[in-house]
Ligand binder design. Structure first.
Ligand SMILES: [Cu+2]
Length: 612
């Protein structure tokens, strides 16, 4: 009797907790959940107070009807509501609520079948018998209600216009008109079957086509969306005008299925960049919506061979330029070769970087994230850690004898103390590129030293390394288990909060902002700031003593502290997030908002803009 009452009470509480969301979506459904929830609570009290066979039968019939209704709504769909005839998604909250109703049925039916009067049992026996049900009901209610409360937000504006305060809409921040040479591209997002697998592609290939332009070109890209879902394109590392940044819900509405959208920006900076979807990034990027963007400098390139190597796939299953096989490159002894390495590998929960090694020829790392380093020294075999989103350009001369090989390795972070204990920081080597026909010397690549950007190249004057910042902002990167978007997960936080609740970093145009990033996790976090260049200042308190390092994505290692600075010279609303797709989805996302600017776009279920 008490079990039946407890399960019914818990189901009633869960129904009440989801009523407000349903009221906002479709009033009749909201009213239905209010009535059902209240009825279950009243009947559960009645059951515990004055149980009768008739009452038990009534509650059992009600619960069975609700279960049947739920099954219909999740399979063929209800004939009414906001989307009639469409099956709704199965969620944690509704599964748990139905579980409680299912559990209540045998108890209720037992009540129906029992003799009407039974001798009262001892109180402690009743308590002991009811305890398991009480615990189950309590736990399930807590999880289900918190899942319902933490559902995807309906509408969030990253930088709303405030009544009475003048603000410029980000939509007005477009490329300045001019007569630069125009480079036109069309990128068609479409489903394409590659090696028997349906991928989401730009122009039918993964990666999408390399966009190669000259420094100073006006770049125009028409996005045509033939996918079943909405999408966008973000120009990773390029300081575009804010409205062209391609972030769904911050700088534009996601381009709907069947829609088109045009991006335009001037490629002021030369270097190695890339592009990718910024709508449901965690899903759309791994499905194939990305490609390389190369901006050739005014001065041209000194190297005879210029090769982009886009690393993608997932940790342990890395592909290079679309293949998991060894990539073969022809090269003539003595010729100079530039390798543009782009890391688009989805690292999984630990966020570990790829760490490619060049074997067979001494080389220089001439740029990081597309920005040249000053007087880069020649290096022997060295592993170059590249966090998700980061790039490195390597230059070497093809040796007179012997081949050169680029071998990808990985650094792994830990996702839990148990994992550290079991696996340590395990490393594997994976995809590779063979340059020239001859074999490269074989080395134990896992034992090679790691490249350290703190001590490489020669110092040069750098404004941000010397000027006092107008503002220093501390960002503590953390994680804790919890329920988010209706699911239990490892919530990733910035200063204790997860998106969309992380307060934005508010800056004034022209300010020098210093970031003090403290990683309180055992994972790697490549922190990516849109639209700006970050100057790396220090890691774990140790300052740079080599070349200045300018990056748009800064790798913050396990429990590391990194200091970086940027000039607020590109107004708008700019995403600032960890580029590990899971971490961004789980909350490690905020934005840099310029005072005086606002966005008309919103994220959430109402607009369908889901940037992460
Ligand atoms: Cu991260």
């Amino acid at each position: 009797m008490y079990s039946a009452a407890l399960f019914t009470l818990a189901a009633g509480l869960i129904h009440l907790s989801v009523a407000p969301a349903h009221l906002r979506e479709y009033v009749p459904f909201g009213v239905f959940f209010l009535i059902v929830g209240s009825a279950q609570i009243v009947l559960s009290v009645e059951l515990a107070w004055q149980p009768t066979r008739r009452l038990a039968l009534l509650v059992a019939f009600g619960s069975a009807s609700l279960i049947a209704l739920w099954i219909v709504s999740r399979t063929v769909g209800l004939p009414l509501g906001p989307t009639p005839g469409q099956a709704e998604n199965v969620g944690l909250t509704d599964v748990l609520c139905n579980l409680l109703e299912v559990l209540s049925l045998p108890a209720l039916l037992a009540l129906v079948g029992w003799p009407a009067r039974r001798k009262l049992r001892r109180i402690w026996l009743v308590a002991a018998g009811t305890l398991p049900s009480a615990l189950v009901a309590l736990a399930v209610t807590l999880v289900a209600v918190s899942a319902a409360m933490s559902d995807m937000p309906e509408a969030v504006n990253a930088a709303p216009a405030v009544a009475g305060e003048p603000s410029t809409s980000v939509t007005s921040l477009v490329a300045t008109p001019g007569d630069e040479p125009v480079k036109d591209f069309t990128l068609t997002a479409e489903a394409t079957v590659i090696d028997g697998q349906t991928m989401w592609t730009f122009n039918g290939s993964v990666p999408g086509p390399e966009l190669r332009v000259n420094q100073g070109d006006r770049v125009r890209v028409k996005l045509v969306n033939h996918l079943p879902e909405s999408t966008t394109i973000h120009w990773h590392g390029v300081a575009v005008p804010n409205s062209q940044d391609g972030v769904a819900g911050a700088t534009q509405d996601a381009v709907p299925s069947g829609g088109e959208y045009s991006y335009e920006f001037i490629a002021y900076e030369s270097g190695t960049f890339w592009y990718h979807s910024h709508q449901q990034t965690g899903e759309q990027l791994p499905r194939g919506l990305f490609g390389a963007l190369v901006v050739v400098p005014h001065s041209g390139l000194a190297e005879q061979h210029d090769l982009t190597l886009l690393l993608h796939g997932s940790a342990g299953h890395v592909l290079i330029n679309g293949t998991g096989e060894t990539v073969h490159v022809q090269a003539v002894p003595g010729e100079t070769i530039r390798l543009r390495l782009i890391n688009a590998v989805d690292p999984g929960m630990d966020g570990g970087p790829e760490a490619p090694v060049l074997v067979g020829a001494p080389f220089q790392i001439v740029s990081l994230d597309g920005r040249d380093l000053n007087a880069p020294e020649v290096l022997g075999p060295t592993r170059i850690p590249l966090g998700m989103g980061q790039r490195a350009d390597l230059v070497f001369s093809m040796p007179l004898s012997g081949g050169v090989r680029l071998i990808d390795t990985e650094l792994r972070g830990a996702t839990s103390p148990v994992q550290t204990l079991l696996f340590g920081n395990t490393e594997t080597h994976l995809a590779s590129v063979a340059i020239g026909d001859a074999a490269a010397p074989s080395l134990d690549v896992d034992r090679l030293p790691l490249f350290d950007p703190l001590h490489y190249g020669a110092p040069a004057s750098d404004l941000l390394a010397t000027v006092a910042p107008d503002e220093t902002l501390t960002l503590a990167l953390g994680e804790h288990p919890g329920i988010r978007d209706g699911r239990p997960q490892l919530i990733h936080t910035i200063n204790g909060a997860a998106s969309p609740d992380v307060p934005p970093l508010v800056v004034h145009e022209g300010q020098v902002i210093r970031l003090h990033i403290v990683n309180q996790t055992a994972e790697y976090h490549p922190m990516h700031l849109h639209g700006h260049v970050l100057t790396l200042l220090a890691v774990d308190g140790r300052s740079l003593d080599g070349s200045p390092v300018h990056q748009d994505s800064i790798l913050v290692g396990p429990n590391q502290t990194v200091d970086a600075a940027f000039v607020a010279d590109n107004p708008g609303v700019w995403m600032f997030h960890c580029h590990v797709l899971l971490h961004a989805e789980m909350g490690m996302t905020t934005s840099v908002n310029y005072v005086g600017y606002s966005t008309p776009f919103e994220m959430g279920t109402r607009s369908g803009n889901m940037p992460e």
